[in-house]
Structures are given as structure tokens and as C-alpha cells.
Ligand binder design. Structure first.
Ligand code: ATP
Ligand code: MG
Length: 254
């Protein structure tokens, strides 16, 4: 293959391809046939009312939530059947909607758990970065404390640190600023932009529409497990189906 053709192919290759993914829990079609693409070096956002399947989609992408149907391809590699641990090796990390930290370990140790499943070489490198990562997310002063001694906002920062310590290529954030005040939100938003400058593609679930419009390059909107709109953030939030999903029938005419 010539150099030019190879470059052209690479530009067309998405970082992540989600192909007709469905996750059903008995009769509940939490995710019901989602197809989307994410390209490197962008911040993607997901909007959708409660129960629309956002967290389930994120869980399926990391292979923690079993799939009913569909395919996931990261940088050309199909990982649909891979274990969650393998997906982490491949460079996908996440935070959880509900903070999941170990209260009997220090903040520092919790963050180091984010490199536990990585191969040995990368584990070493990640461990060497722990001080820097704590500094970055603003938890260095509380490194020796236990998570349950911290405010909710601080706990979320610890989760954020745990997710980025292994230098993911794709970072999935499930409501990263929930429970934070405006100052803390602005700090997290700034951190996302810094990570983007370092080449970390991001996929964020958030209910804060203004923050999503300000932070994201591209928005997806979900309702009842399906994609109802995607594209330029300002256009997506004005889309009649998105307005209706969020504000109820008739809201677009109000
Ligand atoms: N483990 C599960 N077992 C059964 N049903 C589930 C499970 N997880 C999620 N669901 C259901 O799937 C649907 C989608 O849930 P999900 O948590 O993905 O929504 P969400 O868009 O993240 O909502 P929120 O904004 O409230 O976080 C809901 O009806 C939920 O009750
Ligand atoms: Mg959710």
C-alpha cells in the first residue's frame, strides 16, 4: 500500500465504531440498536432523559454490561467478545455514574487501582505518574485520606484520576460533574479540554446542557434506547425531538 493510500485509510478509520448495539434486560430495551462513530481528538457528549440508556451504552462499550446484539470496533480491532480487562488494555477507561471507590484504602491507592489491570510495563509508567495525576485533578493534599472522609465532589475527582492514570485513548465519563458546584464544574470542564490537547478522545454523559454545548465537539441525543439526533451541539439541543424528549410533548411550540 502506498504511503498516501495508507494515510487516507487511517483518516477514515474511526477510533470507535459502535454497530447496531442492543442491550436488553428481559423486556426492557435499555439500548435498542445504536450505531455511531467517534473519531480521535474530539469530545463527544451524550444527552438523554433518565432511563434513556446512556449508562447502559457506556457499560456495554467497556464490556462490563453483556451485549444482546451488535459490534464494537476500536481502531479497526473488533473487541465485541473481549473481556473488560482487555478493553482497558486496549485503551478505554471510564468513570461511573455512582462513585465506586474503596473506603478502606487511601485516595492514592484508589487511584493506583486504575493501573491494576494494565500490562507490567505500563503499570510501572502509570505508578510513576501518580503524584502528577493527583496534582492535576486537585487531590494531592488528600492523598492519604480515605474516600469516605471526602466531599462528593472530591470523590469524583479521585475517580477521574483513577480513570486517567493509565493514559487511555478513549475516556468515558458518566456524569462527571454531578453533585459539583459551578466552580468545580468549570474545573472539570477545563481538565477535559487539557486531556483533549493531550490526545484523549472523550465520551461524556451529562445532563447539564449548557456545559455540554460549551465542552463538546459533537453531541448524541438518546431516548428510549435509540439515537434521536446527533451532530453540532447547538443544533442537536434545538432539535424538536430532543426538546420534546427533555421537556415533554408540546414544549417545542411553547
Ligand atoms: N442491570 C439492569 N437490569 C435491568 N434493567 C436495567 C439495568 N440497568 C439499567 N436498566 C434499565 O435500563 C434502562 C436504561 O437505564 P440507564 O441506566 O442506561 O439509563 P440512563 O440514560 O443512564 O439514565 P440516568 O440519566 O437516570 O442515569 C432503564 O429503564 C433502567 O431501569
Ligand atoms: Mg445513567
Amino acid at each position: 500500500m502506498s504511503v498516501m493510500t495508507e494515510t487516507a485509510v487511517r483518516q477514515r478509520t474511526a477510533l470507535l465504531e459502535v454497530q447496531d448495539v442492543a442491550v436488553h434486560f428481559g423486556g426492557v430495551k435499555a439500548v435498542d440498536g445504536i450505531s455511531l462513530e467517534m473519531h480521535p481528538g474530539k469530545i463527544y457528549g451524550v444527552l438523554g432523559p433518565n432511563g434513556s440508556g446512556k449508562s447502559t451504552l457506556l457499560g456495554a462499550m467497556t464490556r462490563l454490561t453483556p451485549l444482546t446484539r451488535g459490534r464494537f470496533v476500536l481502531d479497526g480491532h473488533d473487541y465485541t467478545k473481549a473481556a473488560a480487562r482487555k478493553v482497558h488494555h486496549m485503551g478505554i477507561a471510564r468513570t461511573f455514574q455512582t462513585v465506586r471507590l474503596l473506603d478502606d484504602r487511601s485516595v492514592r491507592d484508589n487511584i493506583l487501582l486504575g493501573q491494576d489491570t494494565l500490562p507490567k510495563e505500563r503499570r510501572k509508567e502509570a505508578t510513576a505518574r501518580v503524584e502528577e495525576v493527583m496534582e492535576r485533578v486537585g487531590v494531592r493534599e488528600v492523598a492519604r485520606m480515605r474516600p469516605d472522609e471526602l466531599s462528593y465532589g472530591m470523590q469524583r475527582r479521585v475517580e477521574f484520576a483513577r480513570a486517567i492514570i493509565g493514559r487511555p485513548r478513549l475516556l468515558l465519563l458518566d456524569e462527571p460533574t454531578a453533585g459539583m458546584n459551578n466552580t468545580e464544574r468549570a474545573e472539570i470542564s477545563e481538565l477535559m479540554k487539557q486531556l483533549l490537547d493531550e490526545g484523549v478522545t472523550q465520551f461524556i454523559v451529562e445532563h447539564d446542557v449548557q456545559m455540554m454545548v460549551d465542552t463538546c465537539d459533537h453531541l448524541f441525543a438518546m431516548n428510549f434506547g435509540k439515537l434521536i439526533a446527533e451532530g453540532d451541539p447547538r443544533e442537536v439541543v434545538r432539535h424538536p425531538d430532543v426538546q420534546e424528549a427533555y421537556l415533554g410533548k408540546g414544549a417545542t411550540h411553547a
